[in-house]
Design a protein around this ligand. Structure first.
Ligand SMILES: C[S@@+](CC[C@H](N)C(=O)[O-])C[C@H]1O[C@@H](n2cnc3c(N)ncnc32)[C@H](O)[C@@H]1O
Ligand code: SF4
Length: 380
């Protein structure tokens, strides 16, 4: 396989735009209830706390000082579908006031099946949202209940049918490795029938300070073991390939043209600005992280880190090898790392595990799941 064959996975639709363009991420930390596995920054907030948060968010956007052209917008959470219609309008009117967001920019919102409805979908359409990411996780009612989800399989299907009436670009999240779920292929099959064009499939991670962590420790919950998880993943990859879903990153699969441009910008080392509690920004070789508590966020507490050449080399290799964008050899060289002199690099190249094409090197998608091994061996 030649590098160009890997690259065409994205080449057809993804042209990294001008270096001055940025992506925008907005964090909505509202949840009705915490799912057992979730360690994302989100809280069950009452109405007045939610209003306070939205006002603070609008103020943060207002005070952003460098006007830039926007290449993607992503409203993530938490549960952005808990935002009222008026809150959606307020956020987008502030964004459009501050930023140049042209018509074909990818604008994604994450929704949960239990809190999205027709009125909200119409509001998303009106403000220019053109991509919906639905948290499905599983299509087994037993599993959904066991992880604390507030929706059933039937509700997820009903909402996907509703979303299809308004949107073409639909993504769905599935979790691999949940108790008793040897395979998620049957769910992927149902999702495809429901017009889903993009599937993100994440391997279950067990984080400290979650209910799941305690349940696993107390032997009340038994996720799939590593071997079971690997089998489930391989089965899914094989199935989606047959259905023309390209694996363009370890956990992400899409029909051509439906890849997430927002994520591709992260993986391509593009600049982004994040608004909201715990949101990160990457601008002018600096990474900023907003506080991950509401109190800290309201006080605008932020950590800042300057990205050194050594860090950039490491990050570019890590990001580029996990997806089909690859890693630019001359950029590494300019940063002080001549990877073509590395013994491991030459060995992987010779064995056909990585390929070089047009000044970049790529890991073949079939090796994505071993990306950590290659990354470790290719770092300076
Ligand atoms: C920001 S989160 C949640 C989005 C949305 N609120 C929902 O619940 O569907 C995005 C995705 O991360 C995945 N995720 C969250 N915690 C995870 C964990 N511990 N292990 C694996 N995947 C996880 C889920 O698939 C989830 O849909
Ligand atoms: S998975 Fe989604 S709904 Fe569940 S707690 Fe996390 S952010 Fe909230």
């Amino acid at each position: 396989m030649k590098g160009s064959e890997v690259r065409t996975d994205v080449g057809a639709f993804y042209t990294p735009s001008s270096e001055n363009d940025i992506s925008i991420y907005i964090h909505i930390p509202f949840c009705e209830r915490k799912c057992s596995y979730c360690a994302f920054v989100s809280f069950c907030l009452d109405k007045s706390e939610r209003e306070k948060y939205i006002n603070s968010l609008l103020e943060e956007i207002e005070n952003f000082s460098t006007p830039k052209k926007v290449k993607t917008v992503y409203i993530g959470g938490g549960t952005p579908s808990l935002l009222t219609k008026d809150e959606i309008f307020a956020i987008f009117s502030k964004l459009r006031e501050k930023f140049d967001i042209v018509e074909n920019v990818e604008i994604t919102i994450e929704v949960n099946p239990n809190s999205v409805d027709e009125e909200k979908l119409r509001a998303y359409k009106e403000v220019g949202v053109n991509r919906i990411s639905v948290g499905v996780q599983s299509l087994s009612n037993k599993t959904l209940k066991s992880i604390g989800r507030l929706h059933t399989k039937e509700e997820a299907i009903e909402k996907l049918k509703l979303i299809k009436k308004y949107f073409d670009n639909i993504s769905a999240d599935l979790i691999l490795g949940l108790s008793g779920e040897k395979s998620v292929t049957k769910y992927a099959k149902e999702l495809i029938k429901l017009n889903v064009k993009h599937i993100s499939s994440y391997m279950l991670e067990i984080h400290e300070n979650t209910k799941l962590f305690n349940d696993v420790r107390d032997k009340k919950y038994r996720p799939l073991d590593e071997n079971g998880m690997a089998k489930s993943y391989d089965k899914l990859v094989k199935f989606l390939k047959k259905r023309s879903f390209k694996q363009y990153e370890i956990s992400n699969f899409a029909l051509t043209g439906y890849e997430s441009k927002h994520n591709l910008n992260y993986w391509n080392y593009g600049e982004y600005v994040g608004f909201g509690v715990s949101a990160h920004s990457f601008l002018s070789h600096k990474r900023m992280a907003n506080a991950d508590t509401l109190q800290g966020y309201y006080k605008r507490e932020q950590k800042e880190e300057k990205i050194t050449n050594a860090m950039e080399i490491e990050e570019r290799i890590m990001l580029g090898l996990r997806c089909c964008l690859g890693v630019d050899i001359s950029i590494l060289k300019n940063l002080g790392y001549d990877i073509q002199k590395s013994e491991s690099y030459r060995k992987f190249l010779k064995e056909g595990e990585i390929v070089e094409d047009d000044g970049k090197f790529y890991l073949l998608p079939k090796y994505f799941k071993f990306a950590d091994y290659y990354i470790l061996n290719l770092l300076p």
